[in-house]
Ligand binder design. Structure first.
Ligand code: HEC
Length: 490
């Protein structure tokens, strides 16, 4: 009897300090010496695009449609704080960036950036709020820059010197990135009241670095280094180390400085090479620096979430943080598209899924998506743990199906059915069936605003892709050879 009384009293005591409920463990991950557990922190969300830790022990998240919420990490209590009503949400536009002041307890500032459409004019707004009484007040617009239906970037971070950094997209105009008068395709640096810092590289300009296409992540290392992740065109996704006043090459250079034209431009403009680039693309999204937290194997790494390859990548850094030593891929295809990653105070990791966004993958969303998952050290080894895979350099891809899946399926889908009103179906497409010569030009040169050029592929690979499309999904187009492709190149 006494035993039950004690249990009752203990459980009452726990309830009265609002202890967090145990979270359901859904998976284990086995590293070399450490077992991790994966728990569901939040579910049934609508594309949580950005997550940010605040030092009052809360985790904030921004859903793309414009909703800002916070989770108390002590109690697990989740609260919706604000719906921003002027967010314009379509495809990759919407509420995209959120960061809280590093000393949130004393400076309860929250910074967000989002896309706005008024009449036909699209812009991106950088806005500061103050957190008070469970809502956000005193809205102050710090900066407005150009936007477009695509390539709005963008992400926010606060640097070690307290300045606000905004990693912007080129608003679908590559030239913006090299034009220092445009604020697109740049790292912008601001005081937290929106004014231009006196020590920016160009007088009276927000521009801190230039030459970017469409950045999707930004993070600050323990030693103050700034890292970004960026979507390449059809090739060369990048992770960059950002330095004051430097040029990162877009649109003149993609990825590493490996072509003669790249080297010429690089010599003229002293451009900086990426720390790492990926072809075929992986569609990187959120990035965060993992310092000296609990997970020993991941110390001094960049954690990178990806959309296309649906994975969490661990990019191990050199001691000085200036090079990437290795890359390990976790959770591939397991939880679907991963949009953002953040580190909590004890070195636990939070990742958000993005399976309700504009570009869903077959097999997703999973029940109760989208989610925020928590990854932390498990007390004991779990059953059937997931493991990482070392990433090799670009694989030798030989067959048409694999080439199609690497280069085309992210938009036109593995089944050739496309995405209605966004990416045309190639199954049954008139263009595919009627004229193979036109089709070759289209693939080499790209089409419209969204279809990239694939000139960089070898003739025989273009032929293999086209023959794959021509002979699948009930298409009965004419087969072509690599010399047909060669003849079409100008
Ligand atoms: C980033 C997304 C994207 C990727 C990757 C992509 N496409 Fe496209 N594709 C599009 C869009 C958007 C269009 C429509 C362009 C327009 O006419 O405005 C299109 C059009 C086409 C068409 C014409 C279809 C029709 O019926 O109008 C073909 C054929 C095609 N793409 C083949 C390919 C092949 C082959 C690849 C891979 C080598 C590929 N695409 C990769 C987005 C993409």
């Amino acid at each position: 009897m006494r035993k039950y009384l004690i249990i009752l009293l203990v459980s009452m005591a726990i309830n009265s300090c609002k202890q967090a409920k145990e979270l359901p463990i859904i998976d284990y991950i086995q590293l070399e010496n450490t077992t991790l557990k994966v728990e569901v922190l939040a579910k049934n969300l609508d594309v949580p695009w950005d997550i940010a830790y605040a030092n009052d022990k809360s985790l904030w998240f921004a859903e793309q449609k414009g909703v800002i919420s916070k989770i108390d990490l002590n109690t697990g209590e989740q609260k919706k704080l604000l719906t921003i009503t002027d967010v314009w949400h379509k495809r990759t536009a919407g509420l995209l960036g959120l960061v809280v002041h590093p000393n949130f307890k004393n400076n309860p500032y929250v910074f967000v950036n989002y896309t706005v459409k008024k009449d036909s004019v699209i812009t991106n707004h950088l806005v500061r709020y103050e957190f008070k009484n469970d809502t956000l007040i005193n809205k102050k617009i710090l900066l407005v820059i150009d936007g477009f239906t695509a390539h709005n970037g963008s992400r926010l971070a606060i640097a070690k010197d307290g300045k606000l950094l905004w990693a912007t997209g080129d608003a679908y105009k590559g030239k913006n990135a090299q034009n220092l008068k445009s604020l697109n395709g740049k790292i912008l640096r601001l005081n937290t009241d929106g004014s231009v810092p006196k020590d920016n590289p160009y007088p009276n300009s927000y521009v801190f670095a230039n030459g970017f296409r469409n950045m999707q992540g930004i993070t600050i290392g323990d030693n103050g280094l700034i890292y970004t992740s960026e979507h390449g065109d059809a090739i060369e996704d990048e992770v960059n180390l950002i330095e004051k006043g430097r040029n990162y090459g877009w649109p003149n250079i993609e990825g590493k400085h490996d072509l003669p034209a790249d080297q010429l431009f690089a010599a003229q403009h002293q451009t900086v090479e990426p720390l790492q680039s990926w072809t075929p693309v992986i569609a990187p999204a959120g990035i965060t620096y993992y310092g000296y937290g609990a997970i020993a194997e991941w110390r001094n790494s960049l954690l990178l979430t990806t959309l296309k390859t649906k994975s969490l990548r661990v990019l191990k850094l050199t001691e000085d943080g200036r090079k990437i030593l290795s890359e390990e891929v976790f959770l591939k295809e397991h939880y679907g598209r991963l949009r953002d990653v953040e580190v909590g105070p004890k070195g636990e990791i939070y990742i958000s899924t993005s399976n309700h966004d504009w570009n869903p993958s077959p097999g997703f969303p999973l029940p109760e998506d989208d989610k925020i998952l928590k990854i932390s050290i498990a007390e004991k080894p779990g059953k059937k743990p997931l493991r990482g895979v070392n990433s090799t350099t670009v694989e030798e891809i030989k067959d048409g199906k694999l080439l199609y899946e690497q280069y085309c399926a992210s938009c036109h889908k593995a089944d050739g059915k496309g995405v209605s009103n966004v990416f045309p179906a190639l199954a049954g497409s008139k263009k595919v069936l009627c004229n193979s010569a036109d089709l070759v030009s289209l693939v080499l040169n790209g089409a419209g605003e969204q279809m990239p050029a694939f000139k960089f592929l070898k003739d025989e690979d273009v032929a293999k892709i086209i023959n794959y499309i021509n002979t699948n999904w009930n298409n009965k187009g004419k087969e072509i050879s690599s010399s047909d492709v060669k003849n079409k190149r100008k």
